[in-house]
Design a protein around this ligand. Sequence first.
Ligand SMILES: Cc1cc2nc3c(=O)[nH]c(=O)nc-3n(C[C@H](O)[C@H](O)[C@H](O)COP(=O)(O)OP(=O)(O)OC[C@H]3O[C@@H](n4cnc5c(N)ncnc54)[C@H](O)[C@@H]3O)c2cc1C
Length: 279
Amino acid sequence: MRIVVGIKWVPNTQAVRFDPKTGTLIRTGVPAIVNPHDLPAAELALRLKDEYGGEVIVLTMAPPPAIQGLEHILGMGADRAVLLTDRAFAGADTLATSYVIAQGIRKIEEEWGPVDLAVFGQETIDSSTAHIGAQVASWLGWPYIYYVKKAWLQDGRLRVVRQLESAVEEFEVSTPAVVSVAMKALKARPVRLSYKLRAKLENPITVWTNKDLGLDPRCVGLKGSPTIVSKVTYLPEVPRKKIVYKPKDPRDAARWILAQLFSDEKTREALYKALWGGA
Ligand SMILES: Cc1cc2nc3c(=O)[nH]c(=O)nc-3n(C[C@H](O)[C@H](O)[C@H](O)COP(=O)(O)OP(=O)(O)OC[C@H]3O[C@@H](n4cnc5c(N)ncnc54)[C@H](O)[C@@H]3O)c2cc1C
């Protein structure tokens, strides 16, 4: 089987800021991780490879630092990685993102042969639309099943179990197909040093820009995104005031900190006594 796993290199959601002028997220300078909900997706793909052979190709559309995310999945055992990156892809909504990913999958087929399955996470922790799996399936014209927790081959067809709130369903699906894996469905295997070293030595990461994909610039990135953030009505502000307090005696510091934290004098005294033994 040739399986493509889509992952997103997501910023630490607490550190992301919002640009009210452009209506886009400011992710520059924010530490990032592989979207945690994509790890079960990678695990499902690797289990299918363990069982039936073939290869797992991890794919992301992102700026170049996302290579670290691709390396993580290579470290779990994926065989190749593809980074789709171009300034023209910036500012994409889910429609434009899924279009580029679908075209990336088409290009993978041109380069390395037919893809049997594309696997995605349930949703991301930074945008959480859960659109991408369904939209990629729609662009490719492939069947799509979401909330999948198990998959196997039977008589040449894919069978999947999906977990809904009140039911567990089993489907038979023709391939190629797209599935999204339920967020806590599978425990991801750890990264292995030997796989990471292999990735460093063999450099299995392919980078494609829009020149390689040959897509109309009007269909990608901000230009290809029909979703517009027309107005930001509320932007929560977290007021933070830096106060410098330099007491000579640490006991004064303790009293001062307790006074900032607790209005109730009894609580302050009790905590102070616990800290300083009544001194
Ligand atoms: C108007 C608008 C403007 C935006 N501007 C920006 C912007 O300037 N910069 C920006 O970074 N984002 C921007 N976004 C967010 C961007 O649309 C999403 O990051 C992207 O489309 C993926 O959507 P999601 O995170 O909700 O993924 P979901 O649909 O929740 O993700 C489901 C799964 O799809 C896969 N997946 C998701 N994204 C990718 C990817 N890029 N590559 C491979 N697989 C993936 C993962 O497996 C993931 O678990 C904007 C969104 C809107 C609506």
